[in-house]
Design a protein around this ligand. Structure first.
Ligand code: ASP
Ligand code: MG
Length: 442
């Protein structure tokens, strides 16, 4: 049985936090300062993108280009390692390891690519970052225990992580309050092959591990000082949000706040383990604390999700009919396409989806119900806060801010945490800025 009575944290560091020798050393300092923990690392920034590119080139039968990409990446790692271990007696060991890893990748470029091979290519980034970090710490006289995520993290045939297995496997390996390190993102699938938790999945790994060991806190370290109340790349004067409830954080992560992987809130929320978002380059900054207690109500943040397609189905049959929506939704279920927003009138339904993968087939099926209209390049703008419906004037404030923008759909009351509107993507920046000024008084 699992009996974790240990007081440990999970510390997850993202790609940019481990992306250069300077930041990797910072990570080392943070780990020492935080105390006993399970450290979860992403691949160095840019690595997974590069590995994706290599696999894509191989699928395109462009093995020469794939080999060139492998070579560029190898040079990057050699430079990194030479700088990190400059003057260290471990330098040759680490360089040999890098050499060996890239020799395997080079060999793969000469093989026929398969889905299993592709997933094993994608796993190399985390396998390298953790090993290199382990050696960096060892070099400083600090020995950590390296746990392979491939031995503990497992997904079933529906790509759902197996928390029970993770608990048992970690329980066997974590016997004392100590410093452990493992890979984010990677796992094994139902066939025992190397697989992953999808892009950005290291946060999900950290949250699952936190839940599995009943950690007292899960920290997600990135290059920004917490979740901001609006997109700092687009809007001026955004600021970090100090506290969020799990529900608010889940809405924000799902609707576009890039800082946290959307699935990653759930395991922590279910296990009621606080999640703290911190900045590796500014560890003294408060960051954002996500927990079960939500503080004061009111609007906390605005997020946007692009790449949305709106589908409107107009049908006279809908009038006074029951079972219509069920049949309509079955089309989306069949194509495993999730729906984000829904609005209905007596003669039409509008639905948004964020994946065009099966769009053609979906439209073909929907044609049986009535006339189908599509609007592509849409953006969902989501205003998130606590108890929004119970406060008067929230909707007015939102619409007042957006008075010059054409709104395609509105959703309010779906949860107590959000008001969402659908706009044309080219109005997005204007909408975000206007909402910022109206809601946060800038
Ligand atoms: N390295 C993986 C990615 O870039 C996973 C992660 O960083 O969370 O998607
Ligand atoms: Mg990430």
């Amino acid at each position: 049985m699992c009996t974790f009575a240990l007081l440990m944290k999970v510390l997850k560091f993202g790609g940019t936090s481990v992306g250069s020798p300077v930041s990797l050393r910072k990570v080392g300092e943070i780990v020492r300062a935080e105390g006993p923990s399970v450290v979860v690392l992403s691949a160095f920034s840019g690595t997974t993108n590069s590995l994706v590119k290599i696999s894509e080139l191989l699928k395109d039968q462009q093995s020469d280009l794939a080999l060139a990409e492998v070579d560029d990446l190898k040079k990057h790692y050699q430079t990194y390692v030479n700088s990190l271990f400059d003057g260290s007696k471990l330098l040759s060991t680490v360089l040999d390891f890098v050499e060996e890893k890239f020799r395997s990748l080079e060999q793969i470029t000469r093989k026929l690519i398969t889905p299993a091979l592709e997933r094993s290519i994608l796993a190399q980034g985390e396998l390298m970052s953790t090993q290199i970090f382990y050696w960096m710490m060892l070099d400083g006289g600090f020995e950590m225990e390296l746990i392979s995520a491939l031995d503990v993290m497992r997904i079933d045939q529906h790509a759902e992580p197996d928390l029970k297995f993770l608990k048992e496997a970690l329980n066997e390996r974590i016997k004392a309050e100590n410093y452990y390190i493992t890979q984010g993102y990677i796992c094994r699938n139902a066939f025992g092959e190397i697989d992953n938790l999808k892009r950005g999945g290291s946060d999900y790994s950290a949250s699952l591990i936190g839940a599995a060991i009943d950690a007292n806190e899960i920290q997600i370290w990135t290059d920004i000082d917490g979740m901001h109340n609006n997109d700092p790349r687009i809007v001026d004067h955004t600021r970090p949000i100090e506290r969020l409830s799990f529900a608010e954080a889940a809405e924000l992560a799902y609707f576009g706040a890039k800082i946290l992987h959307p699935s990653s809130v759930r395991p922590a929320a279910e296990a009621q383990i606080p999640v703290r978002l911190k900045n590796t380059m500014k560890p003294e900054a408060h960051g954002t604390l996500i927990s079960s207690d939500s503080d004061s109500g009111g609007i906390k943040a605005i997020a946007a999700k692009d790449g949305i397609t709106a589908i409107k189905v107009k049908s006279a049959h809908m009038l006074l009919a029951y079972g219509f929506l069920k049949r309509l939704f079955e089309v989306f279920e069949w194509y495993r396409t999730s729906i984000d927003m829904i609005t209905t009138s007596e003669v039409a339904v509008s639905i948004t989806i964020d994946s065009d993968e099966h769009l053609e087939a979906i439209v073909e099926d929907l044609n049986k119900f009535g006339t189908v209209e599509l609007d592509r390049d849409q953006t969902i703008i989501c205003v998130v806060g606590d108890n929004l419906q119970e406060q008067s004037g929230i909707a007015v404030k939102v619409f007042e801010a957006l008075k010059d923008i054409n709104i395609r759909m509105i959703s309010f009351g779906g949860s107590k945490n959000n008001v969402s509107v659908l706009v044309d993507t080219h109005s997005k920046n204007q909408a975000l800025q206007a909402l910022n000024e109206h809601l946060f008084n800038y």
